[in-house]
Design a protein around this ligand. Structure first.
Ligand code: UT7
Length: 336
């Protein structure tokens, strides 16, 4: 029994905002943003677009691969929806996954969100695979975020980094072997957390620790904050360790891996890890230049772009690696 991705999709909002556009409203420059992050532009959701809207479009894009011209029909084969998101439509509940389930006109299936910040899609894939083991057949796994609506647009240290997007994968339980020759699907996942670093990247207001009080004026609204240097150091360490640990646990070398699909937070994080692990940079699939950091969506969007590039063949070994708020880190090793 194997748990393998049979279709992928993604969606980005229409509005593309370049670094030069940002430089017109805050004290920054295209040169600074590119040289410090590798980001060239980002897509920003419309006022009436929330995370579930992006997620629904990404899901349709994936389902279209299964049933060209009739994605809603293919949707009826799904019996589990798992959504990784840090910016759900509503605080606490309902989950983004329930809204997606309703948009897809699904009934009598489980639907829930996973909160693991930018590692959320990797966590969600592993959670869904575990749940397919117990009776279900097909899961829709989505990473979606609209972080631009919880961003402080006067803070140049964070606002240049983020964008909005969603990516989706259809995960099937199949008869392919999970071990030995011809194995396919997710063969190993690592999920990690370091809650001691929670304050380094957080949305401090709005939860039950610091609730919004009636009549209170919030200058900046409810926005995320980040200690960039601390997160950078954590990210390089966690990212490097996750890749090495996945390889060691399976007795593999990096040469066995066709491509690593990393969380796209900063090109310099990838370069630093590549140097430490002595991995060529082209082993990593990168699209941060176009989309910036879309949190839960970076990995499924990159996976979809890579899968559609024609380079990914059945039997190829690939790896996803995420890291982010929590602090969390995670990786999946899978045979396509
Ligand atoms: O997905 C979640 C995970 N998040 C991350 O992985 C983010 C990890 N952190 C980072 O990627 C980097 O720390 C940043 C990109 C956020 C910042 O890069 P940095 O090289 O660490 O810059 P810095 O914060 O040390 O700032 C260097 C200088 C400062 O000016 P002074 O004090 O040297 O005069 C900043 O004020 O750059 C300034 N600066 C900017 N200048 C122009 C900070 N942001 C900007 C900006 N434009 N947007």
């Amino acid at each position: 029994m194997a748990f393998e991705i049979v279709a992928t999709g993604h969606y980005v909002p229409a509005n593309r905002v370049t670094n030069d556009d940002l430089a017109r409203t805050i004290d920054t420059s295209d040169e600074w943003i590119r040289s410090h992050t590798g980001i060239g532009s980002r897509h920003v959701a419309a006022e009436n677009e929330a995370s579930s809207d992006l997620a629904f479009q990404a899901a349709l894009n994936a389902l279209e691969q299964l049933s060209p011209g009739n994605p809603m029909e293919a949707a009826q084969t799904i019996d589990l929806v798992v959504v990784g998101t840090s910016s759900p439509d509503y605080y606490g509940f309902p989950s983004c996954a329930c809204i997606v389930q309703d948009k897809l006109k699904l009934e009598k299936i489980g639907a829930f969100d996973v909160v693991a910040a930018c590692s959320g899609f990797v966590y969600s894939l592993d959670a869904a695979a575990g749940m397919l083991r117990h009776g279900r057949k097909r899961a829709l796994v989505i990473g979606t975020d609209v972080l631009t609506k919880i961003t402080d647009w006067s803070d140049r240290g964070t606002c240049v980094l983020f964008g909005d997007a969603a990516g989706a994968a259809i995960l099937d339980k199949t008869d392919a072997p999970e071990e030995g020759p011809g194995r396919r699907g997710i063969i190993r996942s690592i999920l990690g957390s370091e809650g001691a670093g929670a304050q380094e990247l957080m949305c401090e207001r709005g939860g039950t620790r610091n609730p919004y009080k009636a009549g209170e004026t919030l200058d900046k609204g409810i926005v995320l904050s980040m200690n960039g240097q601390a997160v950078y150091n954590f990210a390089v360490r966690a990212f490097t360790d996750t890749i090495q640990d996945l390889l060691d646990l399976e007795g593999l070398s990096v040469d066995d891996v066709k491509k690593i699909i990393p969380h796209q937070a900063n090109m310099r994080i990838i370069r630093a890890a590549a140097r430490r692990l002595k991995i060529p940079e082209d082993k990593f699939f990168m699209n941060i230049e176009k989309y910036a950091n879309t949190s839960n969506a970076t990995i499924p969007v990159a996976l979809d772009e890579y899968a559609r590039s024609g380079d990914l063949q059945r039997g190829d070994l690939i790896m996803t690696v995420g890291f982010g708020g929590g602090l969390t880190y995670a990786g999946n090793l899978m045979v396509w």
